[in-house]
Design a binder for this molecule. Structure first.
Ligand SMILES: [Zn+2]
Length: 159
């Protein structure tokens, strides 16, 4: 008889997204993303970090300085990295992301042809960045759904 405590596809793909987030060196924000096609295959993953060759040790991770000396000038968001890292077309795909996409990432999601967003946190829902995202996603018919991720016991699974 098969076991009943296996995780759902949503938990599985959000699990990959949240594991990817743990790779981020950002001291304040860790975000992960996982893009999945209509055959439930992972075609791209990413987390927030600096571009290739832009050293984590030489460039600033702070956020209270001038733009030149803050992370905002240099960091690539998880969604953008997942789209850029994709191994096949993301047209009509679903992106799992631990945090609701910002307006810049929503532009990329729309233009890349991704049709669905699944997210866990929308802690910036009161900001204009979030509202601009929603405004664009609605206009472009990209759906977004908050999912309950729950707690996955990774360690227990590999005992
Ligand atoms: Zn973003």
């Amino acid at each position: 008889m098969k076991r009943n405590d296996y995780i759902t596809w949503d938990q599985y793909f959000m699990g990959v997204a949240s594991l990817s987030a743990l790779r981020s060196k950002d001291p304040n924000t860790r975000v992960g993303a996982c893009i999945v096609n209509d055959e439930n295959r992972i075609i791209g993953i990413g987390y927030n970090g600096f571009p290739k060759g832009v050293s984590d040790d030489l460039f600033p991770w702070g956020n209270n300085e001038t733009l030149f000396d803050s992370k905002y000038a240099y960091v690539v968001h998880a969604e953008a990295n997942a789209i850029l890292n994709a191994t096949s077309s993301v047209k009509d795909a679903t992106i799992y992301v631990t945090l609701f996409p910002c307006n810049e990432c929503s532009k990329l999601i729309i233009q890349s042809g991704i049709k669905k967003i699944k997210y866990v946190s929308d802690k910036y829902a009161d900001t204009e960045v979030h509202k601009a995202s929603v405004r664009m996603l609605d206009a472009a018919n990209v759906s977004y759904e908050k999912i309950e991720f729950g707690e996955i016991k990774y360690v227990e699974a590999i005992k």
